[in-house]
Design a binder for this molecule. Structure first.
Ligand SMILES: NC(=O)c1ccc[n+]([C@@H]2O[C@H](COP(=O)([O-])OP(=O)(O)OC[C@H]3O[C@@H](n4cnc5c(N)ncnc54)[C@H](OP(=O)(O)O)[C@@H]3O)[C@@H](O)[C@H]2O)c1
Length: 303
């Protein structure tokens, strides 16, 4: 392996263009070698040296060590599994999968192939939120909200079959942050608005063995909101708005490359990713969005 991790990107996605490709290029230990897209013309505008018209062809490239997967959520499992089988390390966007069973299969594939797999929760690398969580002791009540207004009806976030909806897009953050602070919940209750299989606003109540509680909100149909309250202490913009003093995307890809070179485990635990999806599975069930195949281990709310 060369000194810099050689990355390939699957999909000319908005988040790759805006944040992750620039972060890899700015990183001390990575470089972007190639990008693959169904639309090579669009991918060419990224300015990456090699543009490929097929995801499979990129995975066959011997000069790529790691693959970044910013595909629509419904494709995360398929392409992560293929990339791991092709001998690549994988950084896959959040949510890692559509449900916990998919994520378990992905984690098993990473272990089988001896490759690194991590979910791209960049906010967890931001020094400010890390400090907030480190200093949070004996918290009894967490409130967290993440919402915005989806204005483009053609965006995949408006299409349930591609993994759209508020829960997958921004709900995964509020659940993940809560578990980082309080551990995994014992009970899950949820209500929300959904139409034709697409959840647009969701409220979630989590209960913890300690007696602590969390009140969570996510939406794709409200004015922008991003907030955390820890026992009443308000922290603004916990998830995305802190490029100062550091870029969490760059810190994430650097930590990932360090782990790939050292052979250590992923900087973010796959068990946490699976647990996050277990809670999301239950929320989806509460909303009547269907059982996605996972048999949960959490008790029903109120039991
Ligand atoms: N960590 C973060 O800060 C952050 C922020 C935003 C999004 N995300 C995550 O990143 C992923 C992509 O989000 P995005 O906003 O960048 O989405 P996007 O611009 O729509 O990109 C999605 C990519 O998926 C591919 N794709 C394959 N089949 C598709 C289909 N049927 N319809 C549409 N696209 C299809 C496309 O690749 P081709 O180039 O091959 O067409 C497209 O570039 C999601 O998992 C999302 O949750 C993370």
């Amino acid at each position: 392996m060369s000194e810099r991790l050689r990355w390939g990107v699957l999909g000319a996605a908005d988040i790759a263009r805006k944040a992750v490709v620039p972060a890899i290029e700015a990183s001390r230990n990575g470089q972007v070698v190639a990008i693959a897209s169904r639309d090579p013309e669009r991918a060419r505008t990224f300015g990456i040296g090699r543009v490929m018209g097929s995801y499979d062809a990129l995975l066959e490239s011997a000069d790529i060590d790691a693959v970044y997967i910013p595909l629509v959520n419904s494709l995360h499992q398929e392409w992560t599994s293929k990339a791991l089988a092709a001998g690549k390390h994988v950084l896959c966007e959040k949510p890692l999968a559509m449900n916990a069973s998919e994520a378990e299969a992905m984690a098993a594939a990473a272990s089988r192939h001896g490759k690194l797999l991590m979910e791209g929760f960049m906010y967890r690398f931001h020094p400010r939120i890390r400090q907030v969580v480190t200093e949070a002791h004996d918290i009894r009540e967490v409130s967290a909200s993440f919402g915005f207004r989806l204005r483009d009806p053609a965006n995949y976030r408006a299409r349930p079959e591609l993994g759209g909806g508020a829960l997958y897009d921004v709900g995964c953050y509020v659940i993940n942050l809560t578990a980082w602070i309080l551990g995994q919940p014992e009970t899950v209750a949820a209500e929300g608005k959904s139409s034709e299989g697409l959840d647009t606003t969701v409220s979630i109540e989590l209960g913890f063995a300690s007696g602590a509680k969390a009140h969570l909100f996510c939406s794709i149909e409200v004015e922008e909101i991003q907030e955390l309250r820890l026992d009443g202490l308000r922290i603004d913009k916990p998830f995305t708005a802190w490029k100062d003093p550091d870029d969490p995307y760059r810190l994430m890809v650097e930590a990932f490359a360090d782990a790939a070179f050292s052979g250590s485990g992923p900087p973010l635990s796959l068990q946490d990713s699976i647990a996050n999806l277990r809670v999301m599975d239950l929320v989806r069930r509460r909303l009547g969005l269907g059982d996605l195949g996972h048999r949960d281990h959490l008790p029903e709310a109120g039991q």
